[in-house]
Design a binder for this molecule. Sequence first.
Ligand SMILES: [Zn+2]
Length: 250
Amino acid sequence: MKQNNPIKIDTHFHLDLFPQPEALAQQLQDAHIKVIAVTNTPSVFHYTYNLSKKYPVILPAIGLHPELTLERQHELPIMWDWLEKTRFIGEIGLDYVTTNKENRRVQREVFQSILSKCSSFGDKIITVHSRRSSADVISVIGENYPGKVILHWFSGNVGELQKAISFGFYFSVNSAMLRTQRGQDIIRRIPHERILIETDGPFIKIDSTPANPLYISNIVKSLSNLWNTEVDTTFQQISDNFNTVITLIK
Ligand SMILES: [Zn+2]
């Protein structure tokens, strides 16, 4: 699946949380940088979806962020209505920063119902948040999810990581992970063919500016340093990985 011009792709980015999403979409289109543009609640998805019609580098993902699950779960029917129109789902997952048992229970229930709807399609690519909840996220998804799983900003332990790798999951890594020893240790344990790149802007900042896919090359350079590979080789690997993700056969 080698190709001469590798695709530049940011697999987890919050386009709609930037002050001028359309101007940024235009810049990304001009620079031929693709993004999986995640959204945090179903009622705002139409905006990103409409932008994707005008700017094809935008791959719109419909999501319900786990930190918003409790207050926005009533929007799930909106998500069901959109599922036919996009292959990308996110941001979804679990966040156990809250210690409230009921909140965590509702998150698991909603995450499970999103997964079972997605499973019925068979081709959905999900981008998943797992802060302090990796073990539950991995076991709720399980090893037979019929689609592709991208764990975004994974921060679990080695055992959890190995389980996720054995289940066939992908990992989108970012500048915050590449900056810390712990993040680097995680990345080193992941096979190269399972790595994708994300900015997670505007939540991640680079030099106090919200991270943005226009600077994805900087992340690829840091990853090349860690891998001890040429930048072109790293770009090609990431591009091949993304092509595998969007190809249906698991
Ligand atoms: Zn995010």
